[in-house]
Ligand binder design. Structure first.
Ligand SMILES: Nc1nc2c(ncn2[C@@H]2O[C@H](COP(=O)(O)OP(=O)(O)OP(=O)(O)O)[C@@H](O)[C@H]2O)c(=O)[nH]1
Ligand SMILES: [Mg+2]
Ligand SMILES: [Zn+2]
Length: 358
């Protein structure tokens, strides 16, 4: 049963199934209740009290795609621990980014993911800068990105969109489809490989759930009804869920994301803006910031129209966001160190005041 749900991938990473107890994979999350699949079928589960107590960060809680160890509970199953993740797709939690007082928290969208399908619609939604952001998120996780251009039925000039994308996403497959008319889905289907887990990401209304329904061959997922399409900003899908397709591939649906803060990762800027990194090698100074240094090859490329200004400012924006996060991370480790000493001092004080009365 679990082999169907991608267990082979975990075993390949050195996971030993034998002495791990009661293993399951999270298929959906509804607030505190999880749906899980285990060797005896689907069940619902919650995290144990100890788990809540010991998990200091929201990113330590289980998410769709996680492998977990369960214990039989009186009502629901109890999640005791998470099997170390192969990878995770993360963003910084909405609304809290850059705020001074609140720590921006990492929110894990899905775990143990092989492919990220970035869905963009060929309508007003189309935005190269947003696609760059999603690419950064994918490269950060180590999963393989794909760009799906949905609603091709609404567009007469698909080729020009593809050319635009190809100029910013090097070597990333770009697949135009129509989920509603089921056009060109076979090309996408070829990338849905048995035992692999893929996640659909993209703004609300681009057709992620319609794609799930097309692949499942039914109306599993509720999709936005055309008549309510004027209700902007309303997300039709409200929770994440994992589906097993007939060909053995695993696909995760997601609610659309309004805000997409980055989480520091694998130096992904270098992968997304490969041509800028390449151009930079020809700058006069090794550490050129491409702002106003003499002999800057990047500035030269912009003045010659080889590199677009918009692309360059997107690079600077994402780079400064990641630099900020790096700086903040090192700050928070200092703060953690301080807190540790505070605790130790408190314990010493308690020790002495406790001994005084004896
Ligand atoms: N014309 C056209 N409409 C489509 C296509 N795919 C989806 N739609 C329509 O777009 C609307 C939104 O589709 P959903 O599948 O609900 O979008 P979603 O990405 O799941 O949205 P959230 O769940 O809110 O994140 C629906 O009315 C779909 O019928 C397509 O290929 N062409
Ligand atoms: Mg949806
Ligand atoms: Zn330069």
């Amino acid at each position: 049963m679990l082999k169907k749900y991608g267990l082979e991938k975990l075993i390949k990473k050195g996971f030993n199934e034998e002495n791990c107890g009661f293993l399951a994979r999270i298929t959906a999350q509804h607030n505190k209740i999880y749906s899980v699949i285990c060797s005896s079928g689907e069940k619902s589960a919650r995290v144990s009290g100890r788990f809540i107590h010991e998990s200091k960060k929201i990113s330590n809680f289980p998410v769709v795609g996680d492998w977990v160890i369960l214990r039989e509970g009186s009502e629901d199953q109890v999640i005791e621990s998470i099997v170390p993740r192969i990878n995770q797709i993360s963003r910084s939690a909405a609304g809290k980014r850059y705020s001074r007082d609140e720590i921006s928290e990492e929110q894990v969208i899905a775990a143990n993911v092989d492919n990220v399908f970035i869905v963009s619609a060929l309508d007003r939604d189309f935005n190269l800068r947003r696609i760059e952001r999603y690419l950064t998120l994918s490269y950060n996780s180590g999963a393989k990105p794909f760009i799906i251009l949905n609603k091709e039925d609404l567009c007469d000039d698909i080729e020009s969109y593809i050319t635009e994308i190809e100029s910013i996403a090097f070597g990333v497959p770009v697949i135009p489809v129509s989920a509603v008319n089921q056009e060109n889905l076979s090309e996408l289907y070829d990338h849905l490989i048995s035992g692999e887990t893929s996640v659909l990401v993209g703004s609300s209304g681009v057709g992620k759930s319609t794609l799930i329904n097309a692949f499942m061959g039914d109306n599993t997922q509720k999709v936005k009804d055309i008549s309510s399409s004027v209700k902007k900003g309303v997300h039709t899908t409200t929770h994440r869920e994992l589906f097993l397709l007939e060909n053995g591939s695993i696909l995760i649906d997601n609610p659309g994301m309004r805000e997409l803060g980055l989480v520091d990762g694998n130096n992904s800027i270098k992968d997304v803006f490969r041509e800028i990194e390449e151009l930079g090698k020809n700058c006069k100074f090794n550490d050129c910031s491409h702002m106003d240094e003499p002999g800057c090859a990047v500035k030269f490329a912009i003045s010659e129209g080889i590199l677009s200004k918009e692309r360059f400012s997107s690079y600077l924006k994402l780079k400064s966001e990641l630099d900020y996060l790096k700086m903040k991370d090192s700050k928070s480790s200092e703060a953690i160190e301080k807190d540790k000493w505070k605790d130790i001092k408190k314990q010493i004080r308690r020790h002495y005041s406790g001994n005084r009365g004896k």
